[in-house]
Design a protein around this ligand. Sequence first.
Ligand code: CO8
Length: 374
Amino acid sequence: MQNQVVLSGVGLWTPPNTITNEELIGAYNAYADHFNAQHKDEISEGTVEAKPHSSAEFVEKASGIKSRYIYCKDGVLDVERMRPIIEERADDELSQQAEIAVEAAKLALKSANKSAQDIDAVIVSCAYTQRSYPAIAIEVQEALGIDGFGFDMLVACSAATFGMHRAYEMVAAGTAKAVLVINPELVSPQVNYKDRDSHFIFGDVATATIIERSDTAKAEHVFNLLSTKAVTKFSNNIRSNFGYMTHATDKDPYAADKLFHQEGRKVFKEVCPMAAEHITEHLASHELKPTDLKRWWLHQANINMNTLISKKLLGREASREEAPIVLDTYANTASAGSVIAFALHHEDLQSGDYGLLCSFGAGYSIGSLLVQKR
Ligand code: CO8
């Protein structure tokens, strides 16, 4: 017999620094002017393309983003650099990603009313890990004094939901009693701040959740995890080619294709119907309709995507109360967006209310979890 599984805690660690659209776009436009002045002759000969200005008005209208949090602001707005300055740490120091993971984990443990001794597995699941091994999850496990085991997972936009899926399965099967799932989305080092199409999209954050057996849960807000659903379909439309092979290929490890890049229009067109269909099927497997749900904690990549998906599901636009948006202040935080929305907007749900967490994006990947307030 399977154990009843619950989501009993959530933690949200927000970096101390922000960059507004105005600041970011001011820096980009200064960089573009600098580039155009430097390449004046090639541009007039037609061998180099001039860089047009970015605009805060476009960014807010096309994405819903007004500002973003950033782990380290230094260097990003410097026209000569356009990337954060992050010091390398010694092997015996806590890595930056483990450090922010620990912050989010402590908040999740507190909200679940648990201590490190109650946890027996740690999953660090996010879009990038800052090294291949030893796993960041094992470093976090050591820092928090957790027994048991830990491992890292990379599933880009769906890392958080897919990580929670694995935790659900382990608790249901009895191979772990309580799992800490952490999403330290330190994405700013992989953003191409020189690329007009994508320089505004991302922000840094760390989120964490506790998934455990229902009979051990003692938090104030406990959600029965009814089921999970996942799908992936290969696409090159969102891609980063950075990896360990660059040591052998003799290519520039910092070239534009090694950083985040996408065909944003295609992503928009292809992912929205996939996500709406996925959610409809997930709910139908419980004989539920979209109108039966109280809350939608949707992936936060683009406000227009969320509006379109909720219209497809409900036949009308969802209110901000039904489908909260955190993009305006957090921007796209890779896999953490739906967890941020959950962290900030779950305490008002009443016993019996249904809600759905859902990620969609790179891979392509879609992951959902249907929950019901206990
Ligand atoms: N300023 C002013 N104008 C601009 C800018 C800009 N910054 N950028 C583009 N334009 C112009 C274009 O040149 C174009 O002009 P024209 O019509 O004259 O050619 C016009 O605006 C329209 O351009 P687009 O068609 O590209 O603009 P869209 O309306 O499609 O909006 C978006 C662009 C916002 C990127 C939109 O396509 C989008 O959001 N698509 C989906 C994106 C998405 O969900 N991506 C997933 C991201 S991946 C993820 O979430 C996790 C991945 C792993 C983490 C990586 C971390 C680094």
